[in-house]
Design a protein around this ligand. Structure first.
Ligand SMILES: [Zn+2]
Ligand SMILES: [Zn+2]
Length: 256
């Protein structure tokens, strides 16, 4: 009761501050309501959509200097997940959207990001194909302390919106983050892996739900894959049949 009341207040609040379809979620410019996403033309053009040669493993855009079909990062680091998808390459516009979503409590941006991610995978597979491919959409969990501070888990907001459009069941009650980790930004790939080790678990009573299941993990940003690899390993120890990953933005394909 209390929770629903709070949710309604929250929705009303968001509608007052950010009337749907009125402002570009990237630059804040006023837009009309005829657009596919709440983005102005300049931002739609400025976003680096992942159209072109993609890494056969993680799905990120391959740089022109990469002669192969695997990105530099995937060549160096074998992954625990099976296959990755992404919508964009992480740059100015992508950063603005994710930053506002995470640090300015703009949960409404997460809804649009989830729609964009759903359309990305629906461009490749039909709804019925997706139904056969995945049993669960699982958001990458944040630690309880971060969730309390932020008011929501941005990956969960994205995952629920993604699930509405793709009809794959979203479950935010399977994975938990048991340990808070250092900020990853300044860390290299090996340090990231070290930093994230043991940070995730499956709720004990949910472990049986994972056996034989095919999972699609959802996160906002994919950098080296350390986070999703750690979760994929946890899920596979619980006998998940497959673990794929989808993100909104991926770091550029670069030699580190
Ligand atoms: Zn804009
Ligand atoms: Zn890759």
């Amino acid at each position: 009761m209390h929770k629903n009341f709070m949710k309604n207040i929250w929705d009303i609040f968001l509608d007052l501050i950010y009337p749907p379809d009125l402002y570009c979620i990237c630059c804040g410019k006023i837009i009309d309501s005829t657009r596919t996403y709440r983005l102005c033309n300049e931002c739609m053009d400025g976003i680096k959509w992942a159209n072109g040669r993609l890494c056969a493993k993680c799905g990120k855009l391959l740089s022109a200097s990469n002669p192969g079909n695997i990105c530099f990062n995937c060549r160096e680091h074998p992954h625990q997940f099976d296959h990755g998808y992404t919508c964009t390459e992480y740059g100015t516009h992508e950063r603005a959207m994710v930053f506002a979503l995470k640090y300015h409590s703009r949960a409404d941006i997460g809804v649009t990001v989830g729609e964009i991610m759903a359309d990305r995978i629906l461009a490749e597979y039909s709804l019925s194909e997706l139904k056969d491919m995945y049993d669960y959409v699982l958001p990458v969990p944040v630690h309880r302390s971060k969730r309390t501070a932020r008011g929501f888990n941005q990956a969960e907001v994205i995952a629920r919106s993604f699930s509405d459009r793709t009809k794959i069941r979203c479950d935010a009650d399977i994975l938990i983050r048991v340990r808070e980790t250092h900020v990853m930004r300044s860390l290299g790939p090996d340090q990231r892996r070290e930093n994230i080790r043991g940070a995730f678990e499956i709720r004990t009573r949910r472990i049986p739900d994972i056996e034989g299941k095919r999972v699609l993990l959802i996160d906002d940003i994919y950098t080296t894959g350390a986070t999703v690899d750690e979760i994929a390993a946890v899920l596979k120890r619980a006998k998940a049949e497959g673990v794929d990953v989808i993100s909104f933005a991926s770091g550029a394909d670069m030699v580190k």
